[in-house]
Design a protein around this ligand. Structure first.
Ligand SMILES: Nc1ncnc2c1ncn2[C@@H]1O[C@H](COP(=O)(O)OP(=O)(O)OP(=O)(O)O)[C@@H](O)[C@H]1O
Length: 259
């Protein structure tokens, strides 16, 4: 498939402090999943927000041949959706209403149309949340809120989906389900996905490509087996680790000690 995401020479920071330095990412094709890993404060969330257009950055973000930097936030939001790390608080709308708001890109006013409800319910079903449609968001558990946030991010069918630690509040089964769904949606829709994960094993399993970020620069990148190695983990996380492939071909990361 042609198109996809190309990020070149991105620089961003806070006040006078540079957090991302002239950062370029490997090209992520349409339908590919790219995971960002790296220690705390490496700049992963800043990078996602910069890609979403929610944090100012210089450099180039090309999506399917279109330069996103310079577009208004509303224009950018037609192609890009972003799921933040923080769970929604104090939202008194039902899950269905939040999804329809996301679809309309404005708060729900008036009746929800049959088409809108159908689109929203189809997404909820794929996340196993169909029973939650009429529940208020602020009355859901942490994990249910996170699933509802993900539903909001995917319901508009973005060309670029940005997820910041999308499974941090989920149990094991839901983590696997979400990762599987993200991959399926990427391929079905030709959507490019960039997600921040702390779970290296999940990143290895769910991604076509892994980028290791350290102090605002790319320390390693490539297919999971090339980016997640004992040498890289020692350099970036200062841990002693083994990386092995199990009989089923899945990458296993075993951390033995702090260096
Ligand atoms: N709003 C802000 N104002 C000032 N500095 C900030 C702000 N947000 C983040 N930073 C700083 O930018 C750097 C990168 O933060 P960022 O949140 O991008 O890291 P991260 O890799 O996502 O970290 P984590 O894994 O801990 O979530 C950190 O040093 C942080 O203190």
């Amino acid at each position: 498939m042609s198109g996809g995401l190309t990020v070149s020479n991105l620089t961003a920071g806070y006040g006078g402090r540079t957090v991302l330095r002239d950062l370029s990412l490997p090209m992520a094709a349409q339908g590919e999943v790219l995971s960002l890993i790296g220690p705390n404060a490496a700049g992963k969330s800043t990078l996602l927000r910069a890609l979403a257009g929610l944090h100012p950055a210089t450099g180039s973000v090309m999506l399917d041949g279109q330069e996103l930097n310079g577009l208004s936030l509303a224009e950018r939001a037609r192609s890009v959706t972003y799921m933040p790390q923080t769970l929604p608080q104090g939202v008194a709308l039902t899950v269905l209403e939040t999804l329809v708001s996301a679809l309309r890109a404005s708060p729900v006013q008036g009746a929800i149309s049959g088409d809108e409800a159908e689109t929203a319910l189809a997404v909820l079903e794929r996340l196993g949340l169909e029973g939650m449609a009429m529940r208020r968001l602020d009355q859901l558990s942490g994990g249910q809120k996170q699933l509802a946030s993900l539903a909001q991010a995917v319901v508009r069918g973005p060309r670029l989906l940005l997820l910041d630690e999308p499974t941090s509040a989920l149990d094991l089964r839901h983590q696997l389900r979400v990762m599987k769904l993200v991959r399926e949606l990427a391929v079905e829709r030709g959507m490019t996905v960039v997600m921040v994960l702390h779970d290296l094993q999940a990143a290895a399993r769910a991604s076509d490509r892994v980028v290791v970020l350290s102090e605002g620069v790319v320390a390693a990148n490539g297919p999971p087996g090339e980016a997640i190695t004992p040498a890289i983990l020692a350099q970036v996380y200062q841990v002693e680790a083994r990386v092995e492939r199990c009989v089923r071909g899945t990458l296993q990361v075993m951390v033995d000690d702090i260096l």
